[in-house]
Ligand binder design. Structure first.
Ligand SMILES: [Zn+2]
Ligand SMILES: [Zn+2]
Length: 955
């Protein structure tokens, strides 16, 4: 039997965390049970696969902490938990990183910096084209092998309780088969098509990028007003544009048909300046009469809205800018110029021709590539598309019917709004690293053959020279299959049967459309079921001033660095304690520091308890260990066991219950066990609602302010018996058993939040039998029989008395004195209660003696009235230093008044109330109420000091 050893005086997370992190992985503790019949309820979640190019940032750390808390909680409540991890191949980011590496090898002498990075990128891109796809992809795989598991190592270190044996990569062979299967089936059903379409084109990356990969930046620009003369030479129409170079591709001028100014001109023809092409004036309701002059140029090949207008009016599309952002032959005299140079030339020539009416300053929203910050060019190109309408309809219904619950409500609304306005999805990318599109082009007849494997001959002609489409799929196409492809789909695997649909998905808001919407659509399409039952959208981690963390602001907190400084447990607890649904987190070092202090508190309490246990005899320790016998997870309280789940009596919990009955319980124990039951119930309720902050606060308060401050202090003399006395005992005392049980239960409640310190301390408790991990066992926590409101009330009454006595002493500046006390009440049961607990009351209040009086004290005796209906009065040996005490209280009152005024100013500020998150306003209101209460009490003490000096001195 492991005997408690002396634990180190100082808590040092760096000496315990890596050990347990390794242990959990090596022992494969987080594989779900392989016996499907033996399991109770199941709970499954697939980790949002981080990019192989990444490393953990605070957003990941929050996401993984929230998920891990829930996984550990469900596991400890008896569910068969699968948390499936994995990585995404991150097509565009990986390709860029490998290119940059190639560039760096070719140009090793450049000094690191933005300029060098651009040069490396350019050179790397050149070298990629030189190498060809085969060699380049080899380099990508090599890079993936060497660097692709940074996140995995970091997650292991953070204690994420994932099943690494089921880890998946979006480009592993089985997963790739699922991707091809989905593509082929969608194509066969006519949902995937190829077409000329306007896409966002990044001239730097050389690929189409989705709307969601485009960032928008406000930049100063101009609005040019250009005259388009009527063909008949009678006057002109003025159009306003922010991009004059694209006029070379105009095929119409459009006005709103409801705009009275232009009613006469619809149907007339104008001459396009500079190129002298004759184009029509058309009416289209899309045109905003408020913009510019109300007449706009229409360039279907270079603007998505104009493309749509062009479709409606059957306008030709003329491409004047090419894929490298240079002007094409269609641009006539401007051919070959860059888009920037072309703009200058066009403006210059318009001015010379007298066709530029005026130029205004104009702030415009520029679309830039999220990856490389190059201005994106809307261009026409041949791409693959997925029809969204047929997939979106069931995905809308699933959320409206609450078959998928999206939390918080705000995200649900945004999801639905977006789904109702969804456009077809351009799924092809002009990249090399990724899932190659399974389509082959016949060189002879142009036929396109889509197939699961490379076809030998064309399906339309006898030709056998077939070339595979060079494009790869958008990364989000493959990650859209994540919840079912990771479980083995299209095979009907046992895992798929057991763990699909997932119970939960947690992600950040930024990928709600990129990813969640696609998973829902594709999941419903291919499995006839939702991919997950609940989708929880977590908050953003911001800095202490609620600013977004960004490299340019220099306020980025690195989770690895802060973890090394304070320990993972403290960082996790700091995150959880701020994680309220729908509210961004203001994160700071201070917050982590304060939770590091909490971990110290836990450590010190454990140290005191374990050191005293270490003085017990071998048989007494065995007795204690038997009372603590670990109970394997058996599906307690809220988790109903499905099928033939384990019965609750099977693993000795009956025996435990019997033991508990045998153990004598004093008032303090009844209070403590009742509180434990309350706290467990509250935590279960909070976690079920994703109120991580509430659950964290509940256990923090319980551990520190109830278990340590009261329970441990109360039972101290019973626990810290002299060594010679303990040496005679062959049994553990009821006090030791109760304390050990409460302490272990508290470790269980803390475990999901602070897995490392709780695992370490749990292993130090005296124990018999199997003790693999705290995370795999549980104590019977919510014991309805323990709930005892009467004992709670009685104990609170005693607490009130002790606190009041301490306060009076403090107010009198007599902390070190041991005065006597008189307690008076009409209620004899109350006096009985105090008399029965005289020893701990005197000890904890710092009193010499107490006497009891039936009735109330006269007011000239200056008694302290207590809420429970009794009066307290202290007697001192020597006169307290009243003037010093008065000065202290006055300082205190002044400080409190100042803080109160500040809170009032804040709450009176209309714009603060309107703009600050509700949580924050409520927080200030709470704080104000506390301050008012404290101020009131301080003022009363001052008043008492003024009148009552005689009474306090009379003892
Ligand atoms: Zn780019
Ligand atoms: Zn053919």
């Amino acid at each position: 039997m492991p005997v408690p050893r002396e634990i180190p005086t100082v808590y040092s997370p760096e000496s315990i965390e890596p050990h347990w992190a390794r242990y959990w992985v090596e022992q494969k503790l987080y594989r779900p049970s392989d016996n499907p019949e033996a399991a109770g309820a199941r709970f499954s979640l697939s980790l949002p696969p981080p990019n192989i190019t990444g490393s953990l940032h605070m957003g990941h750390m929050l996401e993984h902490t929230e998920i891990d808390i829930l996984m550990r909680w469900h596991r400890m409540r008896g569910a068969n938990v699968l948390w499936l991890p994995g990585m995404d191949h991150a097509s565009i980011s990986t390709q860029m990183i490998v290119e940059r590496e190639l560039g760096r090898e070719a140009l090793p002498d450049l000094d690191e910096g933005p300029q060098a990075r651009r040069a490396w990128q350019r050179e790397g891109q050149r070298r990629r084209l030189e190498m060809g796809p085969e060699k380049f992809l080899e380099r990508c795989w090599q890079w993936k092998e060497q660097n692709g598991d940074t996140i995995r190592r970091q997650m292991e270190r953070m204690g994420a309780s994932v099943d690494w044996t089921r880890s998946r990569f979006t480009m592993d062979a089985a997963y790739s088969r699922a991707v091809i299967e989905v593509f082929v089936r969608l194509y066969e059903q006519g949902l995937i098509y190829r077409g000329q379409y306007i896409v966002n084109w990044c001239p730097r990356c050389g690929t189409a990028v989705s709307d969601l990969e485009v960032a928008h930046e406000d930049r100063p620009g101009h609005l040019w007003y250009i005259r388009y003369p009527f063909e008949d030479g009678k006057g002109h129409v003025v159009v306003a544009t922010t991009r004059p170079e694209t006029m070379l591709g105009d095929t119409a001028v459009a006005v709103n048909p409801a705009d009275n100014r232009y009613r006469e001109v619809i149907g007339r023809k104008v001459v396009l300046p500079l190129l002298n092409r004759v184009i029509p004036v058309i009416g289209d309701e899309f045109v905003d009469p408020q913009f510019g002059t109300g007449a706009v140029k229409v360039t279907p090949a270079h603007d998505p809205n104009d493309f749509a207008i062009g479709m409606r009016h059957d306008l030709p599309r003329i491409t004047v800018i090419d894929f490298e952002a240079h002007m094409t032959r269609e641009a006539g005299p401007y051919a070959g110029l860059s888009r920037e140079k072309a703009r200058e030339a066009v403006v210059r020539d318009l001015t010379a021709a007298g066709l530029l009416e005026k130029t205004e300053d104009y702030k415009l929203s520029v679309s830039i590539c999220e990856r490389c910050k190059t201005i994106v060019e809307p261009l026409l190109s041949m791409q693959w598309f997925l029809k969204m309408q047929p997939l979106a309809t069931p995905a809308i219904r699933a959320v409206e019917d609450d078959r998928i619950r999206i939390i918080p409500e705000n995200s649900r609304k945004i999801y639905l709004d977006w789904m109702y306005r969804i456009h077809d999805w351009c799924i092809s990318r002009q990249l090399w690293w990724g899932h190659r599109i399974p389509a082959w082009h016949c060189e002879a007849c142009g036929e396109i053959v889509v197939a699961r494997e490379a076809p030998k001959t064309c399906t339309k002609c006898p030709e056998s020279v077939l070339r595979q489409d060079p494009d790869v799929l958008d990364t989000w196409f493959s990650s859209g299959l994540w919840p079912f492809a990771t479980l083995g789909w299209p095979e009907q695997t046992e895992d798929l049967r057991r763990f699909y649909p997932n119970d939960l998905m947690i992600m950040g808001f930024d990928i709600l459309f990129f990813w969640a919407a696609r998973m829902i659509m594709l999941g419903l399409k291919f499995t006839d079921d939702v991919p997950f039952h609940e989708l929880y959208i977590h908050a953003l981690v911001r800095d202490a001033e609620r600013q977004k963390m960004s490299k340019t602001k220099g306020n980025v907190i690195d989770p690895i660095e802060i973890t090394e400084r304070y320990g993972t447990d403290a960082v996790r607890f700091a995150l959880a304690s701020s994680a309220a649904p729908g509210t961004d987190i203001a994160f700071s070092d201070d917050k982590v520091q304060s939770h590091r202090n909490f971990a110290n508190k836990i450590w010190n309490a454990a140290r005191f308890i374990l050191m005293n246990f270490a003085n017990m005899t071998e048989p007494a320790l065995r007795h204690l260990a038997a009372a603590l016998k670990p109970v394997p997870v058996v599906g307690f309280d809220a988790v109903p066991a499905r099928g033939s789940g384990l019965g609750s009596g099977e693993f000795g919990s009956e025996e435990l219950r019997a033991n508990e009955l045998r153990t004598e319980k004093l008032l303090v124990d009844r209070w403590m066990f009742s509180r434990l039951a309350d706290v467990t119930r509250d935590m279960n309720e909070s976690l079920a609602k994703y109120h991580f902050h509430e659950a964290a606060y509940t256990i923090y308060h319980f551990f520190w302010h109830e278990l340590c401050d009261w329970y441990l202090e109360w039972v101290k003399p019973e626990i810290a018996r002299p060594a010679e006395e303990l040496a005679r005992k062959t049994k553990a005392s009821p006090a030791a058993i109760n304390l050990a049980r409460v302490f272990e239960a508290a470790l269980h409640l803390l475990h999901p939040f602070m897995p490392f310190i709780t695992e370490e301390l749990w292993h130090q408790l005296p124990r018999s039998g199997d003790a693999r991990s705290i995370s795999l066992t549980r104590f019977e926590l919510v014991n309805p029989q323990a709930t005892d409101p009467v004992s709670e009330k009685q104990f609170e009454t005693i607490q009130e008395l002790i606190v009041a006595a301490r306060n009076v002493k403090a107010e009198m500046g007599l902390h070190k004195e041991k005065p006597s006390a008189q307690v008076a009440s009409e209620d004899t049961r109350l006096l009985e209660l105090f008399r029965a607990h005289q020893e701990p009351i005197l000890r904890l209040a710092g009193l010499e003696a107490m006497n009891f009086v039936r009735g109330r004290l006269p007011s000239d005796a200056s008694p302290v009235p207590l809420a429970s209906g009794c009066d307290l009065r202290l007697f001192y040996e020597r006169a307290p230093d009243l003037s010093a005490e008065r000065a202290r209280l006055e300082r205190e009152a002044a400080k409190l008044r100042q803080q109160l005024e500040q809170a009032d100013r804040q709450l009176g500020n209309e714009s603060f109330r309107n703009r600050a998150p509700q949580e924050v306003v409520a927080g200030v209101e709470r704080r104000r109420a506390e301050l008012a209460d404290q101020y009131q009490r301080t003022a009363e003490s001052l008043a008492r000091l003024g009148e009552g000096s005689g009474s306090a001195a009379q003892g």
